[in-house]
Write a protein that binds this ligand. Structure first.
Ligand SMILES: [Zn+2]
Length: 261
């Protein structure tokens, strides 16, 4: 695919990332994502269009509100940048399969929103997981990871969703027996079902392994930096979302993890 198209996809990604920031801020507060226009959360002044340009405005304003000079959360440029990079990569990878490209882009955007909200509030809004699950089922016919006739592909998405939910439910059950407390959130069950619908049974296993690896590295880093205590709750949604996005970009089969054992 031509480099200029990848570049345009990245610019589009920046603008979409800007909208995802609005969703991340407003959805947990149950505010409308359409009205009113973006405003500074500190002084409530509506942003001028030239102060609302993805990434650039943050840099030009030096990370401070033009009106009240309070710092703007670093989350805004980070989400915009991540969205731009993922959009460009997905275009590069799936440009020749437009319907599947649409499915992975929309679900990646929802995964980003889920990840940041879970990271900040420890909550996963199930409506987002339902949306990804619906995309996974209805676009299963174009899913390059599934094989066989269309109804077989649909079956693989459905079985993936069921196995995903069952697997995390089992983990939650075992965790509760061992630690005598809730180890897995209810939101994680629907999130796993959603990932299963996009990636199938092997994709669920693969995403769970990748997410556990990232989650462990993150948890150990926090312990070393003394930012967390041993049994502090670490949100799992961000790592599951990241693992799912990686697998949607390029599938990592589970034999990859056991090849060297
Ligand atoms: Zn302000």
């Amino acid at each position: 695919m031509e480099i200029i198209l990848i570049f345009i996809a990245g610019i589009m990604g920046l603008m979409i990332g800007s909208f995802l920031n609005v969703c991340i801020y407003r959805v947990p507060k149950r505010l409308s994502i359409i009205k009113p226009r973006s405003l500074c959360p500190k002084c409530s002044k509506a942003l001028k269009f030239y102060d609302n340009i993805p990434l650039l405005s943050y840099i030009i304003l030096g990370g401070k509100c033009r009106n009240c000079k309070n710092p703007i959360s670093l989350r805004y440029p980070i989400v915009e940048l991540i969205t731009a990079i993922i959009t460009a990569l997905m275009f590069f990878q799936w440009g020749s399969n437009p319907l599947w490209l649409a499915a992975v882009l929309i679900s990646s955007y929802i995964f980003i929103v889920i990840a940041i909200i879970d990271f900040e509030t420890m909550m996963i809004a199930d409506i987002f997981s339902y949306a990804i699950g619906f995309i996974g089922l209805s676009f299963s016919f174009f899913n390059p990871y599934f094989f066989g006739a269309p109804f077989q592909k649909l079956a693989q998405a459905a079985i993936g969703a069921l196995v995903g939910a069952a697997m995390i439910w089992l983990l939650a059950f075992i965790g509760k027996k061992i630690y005598k407390k809730e180890a897995v959130g209810e939101g994680d069950i629907f999130l796993m079902a959603a990932i299963g619908a996009m990636l199938g049974v092997e994709g669920i296993l693969s995403s769970l392994i990748i997410a556990s690896l990232f989650g462990s590295v993150y948890g150990i880093t926090l312990l070393i930096l003394k930012k967390a205590k041993r049994f502090d709750h670490i949100p799992f949604g961000p790592f599951l979302s990241l693992a799912a996005i990686i697998n949607m970009y390029s599938f990592i089969g589970i034999n990859t993890f056991f090849f060297y054992i």
